[in-house]
Write a protein that binds this ligand. Structure first.
Ligand code: AMP
Ligand code: MG
Length: 328
Protein backbone atom coordinates (compact mmCIF):
# COMPACT_ATOMS: atom_id res chain seq x y z
CA UNK A 1 0.00 0.00 0.00
CA UNK A 2 1.14 3.51 -0.73
CA UNK A 3 1.57 5.25 2.62
CA UNK A 4 0.08 8.69 2.09
CA UNK A 5 0.49 9.46 5.78
CA UNK A 6 4.23 9.82 5.17
CA UNK A 7 4.77 13.58 4.72
CA UNK A 8 7.38 13.23 1.96
CA UNK A 9 5.19 10.90 -0.10
CA UNK A 10 2.12 13.08 0.30
CA UNK A 11 4.20 16.14 -0.62
CA UNK A 12 5.54 14.49 -3.78
CA UNK A 13 2.06 13.40 -4.91
CA UNK A 14 0.30 16.68 -4.16
CA UNK A 15 3.04 18.94 -5.48
CA UNK A 16 3.62 17.06 -8.72
CA UNK A 17 -0.13 16.88 -9.33
CA UNK A 18 -0.55 20.64 -8.87
CA UNK A 19 2.56 21.39 -10.90
CA UNK A 20 1.47 19.12 -13.77
CA UNK A 21 -1.97 20.72 -13.93
CA UNK A 22 -0.25 24.11 -14.04
CA UNK A 23 2.06 22.94 -16.87
CA UNK A 24 -0.92 21.59 -18.77
CA UNK A 25 -2.76 24.87 -18.41
CA UNK A 26 0.25 26.78 -19.79
CA UNK A 27 0.47 24.34 -22.68
CA UNK A 28 -3.23 24.59 -23.47
CA UNK A 29 -3.40 28.37 -23.20
CA UNK A 30 -0.08 29.38 -24.65
CA UNK A 31 1.62 26.88 -26.92
CA UNK A 32 -0.23 27.55 -30.15
CA UNK A 33 -0.64 31.30 -29.79
CA UNK A 34 2.78 32.20 -28.42
CA UNK A 35 4.72 30.05 -30.83
CA UNK A 36 3.43 32.10 -33.72
CA UNK A 37 3.96 35.39 -31.93
CA UNK A 38 7.48 34.41 -30.94
CA UNK A 39 8.27 37.04 -28.30
CA UNK A 40 8.78 34.48 -25.56
CA UNK A 41 8.69 30.76 -25.31
CA UNK A 42 5.74 29.07 -23.58
CA UNK A 43 8.05 26.34 -22.42
CA UNK A 44 10.09 28.93 -20.55
CA UNK A 45 6.94 30.22 -18.91
CA UNK A 46 5.90 26.73 -17.84
CA UNK A 47 9.41 25.84 -16.61
CA UNK A 48 9.62 28.90 -14.38
CA UNK A 49 6.04 28.75 -13.14
CA UNK A 50 6.38 25.08 -12.15
CA UNK A 51 9.74 25.59 -10.45
CA UNK A 52 8.33 28.57 -8.49
CA UNK A 53 5.33 26.50 -7.40
CA UNK A 54 7.50 23.61 -6.21
CA UNK A 55 9.95 26.03 -4.50
CA UNK A 56 7.08 27.64 -2.63
CA UNK A 57 5.54 24.28 -1.64
CA UNK A 58 8.90 23.11 -0.30
CA UNK A 59 9.27 26.29 1.74
CA UNK A 60 5.98 25.49 3.45
CA UNK A 61 6.34 21.72 3.92
CA UNK A 62 10.09 21.16 4.31
CA UNK A 63 11.68 24.56 4.89
CA UNK A 64 15.08 23.03 5.70
CA UNK A 65 15.25 20.88 2.55
CA UNK A 66 17.18 22.13 -0.46
CA UNK A 67 16.19 21.88 -4.11
CA UNK A 68 18.46 21.00 -7.04
CA UNK A 69 16.52 21.99 -10.12
CA UNK A 70 17.06 22.81 -13.76
CA UNK A 71 16.22 26.53 -13.82
CA UNK A 72 17.51 29.74 -12.26
CA UNK A 73 16.39 33.35 -12.68
CA UNK A 74 19.39 34.76 -14.58
CA UNK A 75 17.38 34.90 -17.84
CA UNK A 76 14.29 36.34 -16.14
CA UNK A 77 16.37 39.23 -14.82
CA UNK A 78 17.47 40.33 -18.33
CA UNK A 79 15.42 42.73 -20.47
CA UNK A 80 14.49 39.85 -22.74
CA UNK A 81 13.32 37.73 -19.83
CA UNK A 82 11.07 40.31 -18.14
CA UNK A 83 8.02 39.38 -20.26
CA UNK A 84 8.50 35.68 -19.47
CA UNK A 85 8.70 36.45 -15.75
CA UNK A 86 5.45 38.41 -15.85
CA UNK A 87 3.75 35.68 -17.85
CA UNK A 88 4.98 32.95 -15.47
CA UNK A 89 3.96 35.11 -12.49
CA UNK A 90 0.37 35.32 -13.80
CA UNK A 91 0.09 31.54 -13.82
CA UNK A 92 1.63 31.24 -10.34
CA UNK A 93 -0.78 33.89 -8.99
CA UNK A 94 -3.75 31.89 -10.27
CA UNK A 95 -2.74 29.28 -7.68
CA UNK A 96 -0.98 31.16 -4.89
CA UNK A 97 -2.74 34.51 -4.97
CA UNK A 98 -1.19 37.91 -5.27
CA UNK A 99 2.53 37.27 -4.78
CA UNK A 100 5.26 39.62 -6.02
CA UNK A 101 7.59 38.83 -8.91
CA UNK A 102 10.54 39.11 -6.52
CA UNK A 103 9.02 36.43 -4.32
CA UNK A 104 8.49 34.22 -7.35
CA UNK A 105 12.16 34.68 -8.31
CA UNK A 106 13.21 33.68 -4.80
CA UNK A 107 11.14 30.50 -5.04
CA UNK A 108 12.69 29.67 -8.42
CA UNK A 109 16.18 30.30 -7.04
CA UNK A 110 15.60 27.87 -4.19
CA UNK A 111 16.36 25.39 -6.98
CA UNK A 112 19.99 26.50 -7.39
CA UNK A 113 21.26 24.55 -4.37
CA UNK A 114 24.06 22.02 -4.70
CA UNK A 115 23.34 18.40 -3.81
CA UNK A 116 23.87 17.65 -0.12
CA UNK A 117 23.05 14.84 2.31
CA UNK A 118 19.31 15.25 1.73
CA UNK A 119 17.73 17.22 -1.12
CA UNK A 120 14.94 17.23 -3.68
CA UNK A 121 15.62 17.34 -7.41
CA UNK A 122 13.19 18.75 -9.96
CA UNK A 123 12.87 18.91 -13.71
CA UNK A 124 9.97 21.36 -14.00
CA UNK A 125 9.31 20.46 -17.64
CA UNK A 126 11.23 17.38 -18.73
CA UNK A 127 10.93 16.98 -22.49
CA UNK A 128 10.71 20.62 -23.51
CA UNK A 129 10.60 19.70 -27.19
CA UNK A 130 7.62 17.43 -26.59
CA UNK A 131 5.90 20.21 -24.67
CA UNK A 132 6.26 22.48 -27.70
CA UNK A 133 4.90 19.82 -30.05
CA UNK A 134 1.88 19.45 -27.80
CA UNK A 135 3.19 16.00 -27.08
CA UNK A 136 4.70 14.10 -24.14
CA UNK A 137 6.51 15.82 -21.29
CA UNK A 138 6.78 15.23 -17.55
CA UNK A 139 7.08 17.10 -14.30
CA UNK A 140 9.73 15.09 -12.45
CA UNK A 141 10.53 15.29 -8.73
CA UNK A 142 12.60 13.10 -6.41
CA UNK A 143 13.92 13.12 -2.86
CA UNK A 144 17.50 11.89 -2.41
CA UNK A 145 19.10 11.03 0.89
CA UNK A 146 22.64 9.68 1.43
CA UNK A 147 23.02 9.13 -2.33
CA UNK A 148 19.80 7.09 -2.62
CA UNK A 149 16.56 8.03 -4.32
CA UNK A 150 13.90 7.68 -1.59
CA UNK A 151 10.70 9.03 -3.12
CA UNK A 152 9.87 10.02 -6.70
CA UNK A 153 6.88 11.35 -8.59
CA UNK A 154 6.25 11.90 -12.29
CA UNK A 155 3.34 13.88 -13.66
CA UNK A 156 2.66 12.98 -17.29
CA UNK A 157 -0.22 15.06 -18.68
CA UNK A 158 -0.31 13.23 -22.04
CA UNK A 159 -0.45 9.67 -20.72
CA UNK A 160 -3.78 8.16 -19.81
CA UNK A 161 -4.50 7.01 -16.25
CA UNK A 162 -3.03 3.58 -17.11
CA UNK A 163 0.23 5.16 -18.27
CA UNK A 164 -0.41 4.67 -21.97
CA UNK A 165 0.36 7.42 -24.48
CA UNK A 166 -2.94 8.39 -26.03
CA UNK A 167 -4.32 11.36 -27.94
CA UNK A 168 -6.56 13.40 -25.68
CA UNK A 169 -5.29 11.61 -22.55
CA UNK A 170 -6.23 13.22 -19.23
CA UNK A 171 -2.92 12.60 -17.52
CA UNK A 172 -1.17 10.14 -15.26
CA UNK A 173 0.63 10.56 -11.95
CA UNK A 174 3.20 8.00 -10.89
CA UNK A 175 4.80 7.74 -7.46
CA UNK A 176 7.56 5.44 -6.21
CA UNK A 177 8.93 4.80 -2.74
CA UNK A 178 12.26 3.06 -2.19
CA UNK A 179 11.76 -0.52 -1.08
CA UNK A 180 7.96 -0.22 -1.19
CA UNK A 181 6.89 -0.10 -4.86
CA UNK A 182 5.56 2.19 -7.58
CA UNK A 183 1.95 3.22 -8.21
CA UNK A 184 -0.12 5.12 -10.73
CA UNK A 185 -3.20 7.25 -10.43
CA UNK A 186 -4.87 9.80 -12.68
CA UNK A 187 -3.82 13.43 -12.65
CA UNK A 188 -7.35 14.39 -11.65
CA UNK A 189 -7.43 16.37 -8.43
CA UNK A 190 -8.52 14.28 -5.47
CA UNK A 191 -8.05 10.90 -7.18
CA UNK A 192 -6.66 8.69 -4.43
CA UNK A 193 -7.03 5.29 -6.14
CA UNK A 194 -3.45 4.10 -6.52
CA UNK A 195 -2.70 1.01 -8.60
CA UNK A 196 0.59 -0.83 -8.22
CA UNK A 197 2.90 -0.79 -11.26
CA UNK A 198 4.86 -3.76 -12.57
CA UNK A 199 7.18 -3.98 -15.54
CA UNK A 200 6.24 -6.48 -18.23
CA UNK A 201 6.90 -10.20 -17.94
CA UNK A 202 8.01 -10.45 -21.56
CA UNK A 203 11.13 -12.57 -21.96
CA UNK A 204 11.26 -13.48 -25.65
CA UNK A 205 13.43 -10.87 -27.42
CA UNK A 206 11.22 -11.13 -30.57
CA UNK A 207 8.33 -9.80 -28.52
CA UNK A 208 10.19 -6.93 -26.88
CA UNK A 209 8.51 -3.56 -27.23
CA UNK A 210 11.24 -0.98 -27.66
CA UNK A 211 10.86 2.61 -26.55
CA UNK A 212 13.11 5.50 -27.54
CA UNK A 213 13.55 9.23 -27.21
CA UNK A 214 11.60 11.20 -29.77
CA UNK A 215 14.61 13.41 -30.46
CA UNK A 216 17.03 11.49 -32.71
CA UNK A 217 19.96 13.33 -31.10
CA UNK A 218 19.06 11.74 -27.73
CA UNK A 219 18.45 8.31 -29.20
CA UNK A 220 21.13 7.10 -31.67
CA UNK A 221 18.66 5.57 -34.14
CA UNK A 222 21.42 3.39 -35.69
CA UNK A 223 22.15 1.69 -32.36
CA UNK A 224 18.41 1.38 -31.86
CA UNK A 225 18.15 -0.42 -35.21
CA UNK A 226 20.95 -2.73 -34.12
CA UNK A 227 19.06 -3.63 -30.94
CA UNK A 228 15.94 -4.32 -33.04
CA UNK A 229 17.98 -6.53 -35.38
CA UNK A 230 19.69 -8.50 -32.60
CA UNK A 231 16.38 -8.94 -30.76
CA UNK A 232 14.50 -9.75 -33.97
CA UNK A 233 11.69 -7.32 -33.14
CA UNK A 234 9.42 -6.38 -36.01
CA UNK A 235 7.54 -3.43 -34.60
CA UNK A 236 9.07 0.04 -34.80
CA UNK A 237 10.17 1.51 -31.44
CA UNK A 238 7.66 3.81 -29.75
CA UNK A 239 9.14 7.32 -29.66
CA UNK A 240 8.34 9.39 -26.56
CA UNK A 241 9.87 12.46 -24.99
CA UNK A 242 10.81 12.76 -21.33
CA UNK A 243 10.41 10.52 -18.31
CA UNK A 244 6.96 9.63 -19.61
CA UNK A 245 8.98 6.74 -21.13
CA UNK A 246 9.94 5.61 -17.64
CA UNK A 247 6.30 5.56 -16.59
CA UNK A 248 5.33 3.59 -19.72
CA UNK A 249 8.10 1.04 -19.03
CA UNK A 250 7.13 0.79 -15.34
CA UNK A 251 3.54 0.05 -16.36
CA UNK A 252 4.64 -2.75 -18.67
CA UNK A 253 3.64 -1.07 -21.93
CA UNK A 254 7.25 -1.12 -23.17
CA UNK A 255 10.33 -3.14 -22.27
CA UNK A 256 13.50 -1.26 -22.99
CA UNK A 257 15.11 2.06 -23.88
CA UNK A 258 18.53 3.62 -23.70
CA UNK A 259 20.28 6.97 -23.76
CA UNK A 260 23.51 6.75 -25.78
CA UNK A 261 26.64 8.74 -25.07
CA UNK A 262 26.20 11.49 -27.70
CA UNK A 263 28.84 11.08 -30.43
CA UNK A 264 29.47 14.82 -30.63
CA UNK A 265 29.55 15.20 -26.80
CA UNK A 266 31.43 12.18 -25.42
CA UNK A 267 31.64 13.77 -21.96
CA UNK A 268 27.93 14.60 -21.74
CA UNK A 269 26.23 13.10 -18.69
CA UNK A 270 22.57 13.24 -17.75
CA UNK A 271 21.47 15.56 -14.93
CA UNK A 272 20.09 14.30 -11.62
CA UNK A 273 16.60 15.62 -12.41
CA UNK A 274 16.59 13.72 -15.72
CA UNK A 275 17.52 10.46 -14.03
CA UNK A 276 16.56 10.17 -10.32
CA UNK A 277 12.73 10.37 -10.56
CA UNK A 278 12.36 7.91 -13.46
CA UNK A 279 15.07 5.65 -12.03
CA UNK A 280 13.10 4.97 -8.84
CA UNK A 281 9.84 4.52 -10.74
CA UNK A 282 11.34 1.88 -13.04
CA UNK A 283 13.25 0.18 -10.26
CA UNK A 284 10.31 -0.04 -7.89
CA UNK A 285 8.17 -1.47 -10.67
CA UNK A 286 10.71 -4.31 -10.90
CA UNK A 287 12.87 -2.99 -13.75
CA UNK A 288 16.62 -2.64 -14.05
CA UNK A 289 18.79 0.41 -14.77
CA UNK A 290 22.51 0.60 -15.48
CA UNK A 291 24.81 2.74 -17.54
CA UNK A 292 25.93 1.40 -20.90
CA UNK A 293 28.93 -0.30 -19.31
CA UNK A 294 26.64 -2.18 -16.94
CA UNK A 295 27.53 0.04 -13.96
CA UNK A 296 25.12 0.97 -11.16
CA UNK A 297 23.91 4.56 -11.20
CA UNK A 298 25.88 6.78 -8.80
CA UNK A 299 23.89 9.74 -7.49
CA UNK A 300 26.74 11.20 -5.42
CA UNK A 301 28.71 12.92 -8.17
CA UNK A 302 27.24 16.43 -8.16
CA UNK A 303 24.44 17.60 -10.41
CA UNK A 304 25.05 14.95 -13.08
CA UNK A 305 25.53 11.20 -13.00
CA UNK A 306 29.16 11.89 -13.92
CA UNK A 307 30.29 8.27 -13.54
CA UNK A 308 27.58 6.84 -15.79
CA UNK A 309 28.12 7.09 -19.53
CA UNK A 310 24.80 6.44 -21.27
CA UNK A 311 21.86 4.76 -19.56
CA UNK A 312 19.85 1.59 -20.14
CA UNK A 313 16.39 0.97 -18.66
CA UNK A 314 14.64 -2.37 -19.05
CA UNK A 315 12.13 -4.83 -17.60
CA UNK A 316 15.18 -6.81 -16.42
CA UNK A 317 14.76 -9.79 -18.75
CA UNK A 318 16.22 -8.00 -21.77
CA UNK A 319 18.93 -6.11 -19.95
CA UNK A 320 21.99 -8.30 -20.54
CA UNK A 321 21.29 -8.84 -24.22
CA UNK A 322 20.77 -5.10 -24.71
CA UNK A 323 23.96 -4.30 -22.77
CA UNK A 324 25.93 -6.68 -24.95
CA UNK A 325 24.63 -4.91 -28.03
CA UNK A 326 25.14 -1.38 -26.69
CA UNK A 327 28.21 -1.62 -24.46
CA UNK A 328 30.52 1.39 -24.89
P1 AMP B 1 14.25 12.74 -23.72
O1 AMP B 1 13.96 11.51 -22.92
O2 AMP B 1 14.83 12.46 -25.07
O3 AMP B 1 13.11 13.71 -23.74
O4 AMP B 1 15.43 13.45 -22.93
C1 AMP B 1 15.24 13.79 -21.61
C2 AMP B 1 16.18 14.84 -21.16
O5 AMP B 1 17.50 14.35 -21.16
C3 AMP B 1 16.21 16.06 -22.02
O6 AMP B 1 15.32 17.01 -21.50
C4 AMP B 1 17.64 16.53 -21.90
O7 AMP B 1 17.77 17.36 -20.77
C5 AMP B 1 18.42 15.29 -21.61
N1 AMP B 1 19.16 14.66 -22.70
C6 AMP B 1 19.05 13.39 -23.07
N2 AMP B 1 19.92 13.09 -24.06
C7 AMP B 1 20.59 14.22 -24.32
C8 AMP B 1 21.62 14.57 -25.25
N3 AMP B 1 22.11 13.68 -26.10
N4 AMP B 1 22.06 15.83 -25.23
C9 AMP B 1 21.56 16.74 -24.36
N5 AMP B 1 20.58 16.46 -23.49
C10 AMP B 1 20.10 15.23 -23.45
MG1 MG C 1 15.02 17.34 -18.75
Amino acid sequence: MLDLSCPEIRFAVETVRKASLLARSVQQKRVSSELTKGDFSPVTVADFAVQALVGSALEVSFPKDTLVAEEDTSFLKTNKGAASLEEAAQFVREILGNVSSDQICRWIDRGTADPGRRFWTLDPIDGTKGFLRNDQYAVALALLEEGEVRVAALGCPHLNAKCRPEKGARGCLVVAVKGKGAWRTSLDEGDSSFVRLHVSERKDPHEAILLRSYEPSHADPKKGDEVSRVFGTKAKPIALDSQAKHAVLAAGHGDLFFYPVPKDKPHYRMCLWDVAPGYLVVREAGGRITDLQGGEIDFTQGKTVARNPGLLYSNGHFHDLALETLRV
